[in-house]
Design a protein around this ligand. Structure first.
Ligand code: UDP
Ligand code: MG
Length: 319
């Protein structure tokens, strides 16, 4: 039987990269041994990306697209794509050609060997500034220690997933979606291939520092409860210090003549330190509570404004 492949590409203000991206992806699509659908998800672009997608859909019936009513973020764009896929093997890649489409046959190869998830692991990041690389390096290693699931180092969303994995992902109701974490959570047979990450083909990085930070916080908070325990640990430590201090102070007061307890500086430091610890703890707590709040509200993950290439009933259901 000929397998069916689905490619998902999130697009946010990528007018400069789209033409080249399509050429390179099409070359790979033509080379695969089955039918391919290319699902482009327009994440509320403000440039001419959507016009380009419309055009592509006209010219190439294998191209379908979803368009969001506003910018909902990369992880949500990928999630929407996953909701609509019809293939047996689903491949996620970035629009900026940092994830080389030419690697797709290698991913497919592993899938045919029986793996349900084949993720691409970066061995090098070409020409990305250390401002991006260093925090990423630290974050992936921190996650590795703290997260409940084993999330492989230096992997992004570039991967191939079997239909079964995507069905599980689609059944997950959560709004705070850290896809590379959820993907690991599913389990089954997973393997990796290695690649060198190219620089962005054109245009500016769409993941601003703020967006990257929020993705990192999301990953950490949704996959680890260690930060919550931190305040307990610091609290216990502070209690021990308090007992030791109390004994010391009493001893000085009672048995040391002319005791050195002048105090102002010590008290100020203690007050500020403990105040800081408490505020940070409340902040950490807030990260969790805020996410609970979002989950409880149960709003839809995204709002679509336009859909093309999907059967009528599917379109109506989701729009
Ligand atoms: N992207 C998106 N919504 C956003 C930000 C980014 O759909 O709010 C898409 C973007 O078009 C690209 C991918 O996510 O296809 C990765 O973005 P980028 O290359 O800026 O991030 P980086 O490669 O630095 O992680
Ligand atoms: Mg990129």
């Amino acid at each position: 039987m000929r397998p069916k492949y689905s490619l998902i590409i999130p697009v946010y203000n990528e007018e400069e990269t789209l033409p080249e991206m399509y050429l390179r992806v099409r070359a790979v699509m033509d080379q695969l041994d089955g039918d391919v659908e290319l699902i482009l998800v327009n994440d509320g672009s403000r440039d001419r990306s959507l016009a380009f997608l419309r055009d592509l859909h006209e010219k190439d019936p294998r191209v379908c697209y979803l368009s969001f009513a506003r910018n909902f973020g990369h992880q949500i764009a990928v999630t929407a794509g996953l909701n609509f896929v019809r293939g047996d093997a689903i491949i996620i890649l970035d629009a900026d050609l940092q994830d080389p489409p030419e690697l797709i046959p290698a991913l497919v190869e592993q899938w045919k060997q029986g793996y349900q998830v084949v993720y691409a692991q970066r061995t090098q990041r070409h020409k990305e500034s250390w401002i991006k690389r260093l925090p990423a390096y630290i974050f992936y290693r921190l996650m590795r220690r703290l997260a409940d699931v084993d999330i492989p180092l230096d992997t992004g969303d570039f991967c191939l997933m079997d239909r079964r994995v995507v069905d599980v992902l689609n059944s997950m109701p959560e709004r705070n979606r850290y896809i590379r974490g959820l993907r690991s959570w599913v389990g089954l047979q997973q393997t990796s291939i290695h690649f060198e990450r190219d620089p962005r083909f054109a245009g500016e990085v769409k993941y601003t520092f703020r967006k990257s930070l929020s993705l990192a916080a999301n990953g950490l908070v949704t996959f680890s409860r260690v930060p919550l325990r931190l305040s307990t640990y610091v609290g216990l430590l502070a209690a021990v210090v308090a007992v030791v201090m109390a004994i010391l102070v009493l001893y000085w007061r009672l048995f040391v003549p002319n005791s050195p307890l002048t105090g102002f500086a010590t008290i100020m430091i203690a007050v500020f330190f403990l105040g800081a610890v408490q505020l940070v703890s409340i902040g950490i707590l807030g990260e969790y509570v805020g996410r609970i709040y979002e989950e409880v509200k149960g709003r839809p993950l995204y709002v679509l404004s336009e859909v093309a290439g999907f059967a009528e009933e599917l379109t109506n259901k989701r729009l």
